[in-house]
Write a protein that binds this ligand. Structure first.
Ligand code: HEM
Length: 137
């Protein structure tokens, strides 16, 4: 019988706060320069980028290091942005490329794995892509 258990990439042994901060700042630096992603973020975050970066450091610190500092609701935050599969794919490609550039190989594999899972969950909840459940929101 096929083994259908989900395989998680385990957290890289040593992902430090400095690693998380470096990845988040490098990634959003590239996002802001991206011709497609940049304007989507700028529409929502003009004038409050610093708070967003702090929040995203907390988010990834919670994911990678179990610090529990992020307590928000990503599914709610992404409503009303009219996101489609292509923009998710672009976000993920940029995130993974940045992680490869600024993290250790194990760290990059870990962040890419979690980003893919969370993106899929967001897409399901937002009704985007082939797995969308089209749940009432
Ligand atoms: C299509 C790709 C994506 C776009 C364009 C996008 C855009 C945004 C924007 C503009 C915000 C700020 C919302 C606001 O404060 O008004 C935001 C927040 C956030 N995003 Fe994304 N996002 C994308 C994918 C993802 C993915 C894949 C993740 C996780 C791996 C993620 C995690 C978050 C989190 C944690 C927040 C903070 C939510 C809160 O306010 O608590 N996003 N995103």
């Amino acid at each position: 019988m096929t083994d259908t258990r989900i395989r998680l990439v385990e957290p890289a042994a040593e992902i430090s706060e400095a690693d998380v901060a470096r990845l988040v700042h490098a990634f959003y630096g590239r996002v802001r320069e991206d011709s497609v992603l940049g304007p989507v973020f700028e529409d929502r975050l003009a004038g409050r980028w610093d708070a967003h970066l702090d929040k995203m450091v907390d988010f990834w610190s919670s994911v990678a290091r179990g610090t529990g500092r992020y307590q928000g609701k990503p599914h709610v935050a992404h409503r009303g942005m009219d996101l489609d599969e292509a923009i998710f794919a672009r976000w993920l490609a940029l995130f993974e490329a940045t992680a490869r550039d600024v993290c250790s190989p194990d760290g990059a594999a870990f962040f890419a794995d979690r980003a893919q899972r969370i993106a899929e969950s967001l897409m399901i909840g937002l009704g985007v892509g082939p797995k969308a459940l089209r749940l009432p929101v």
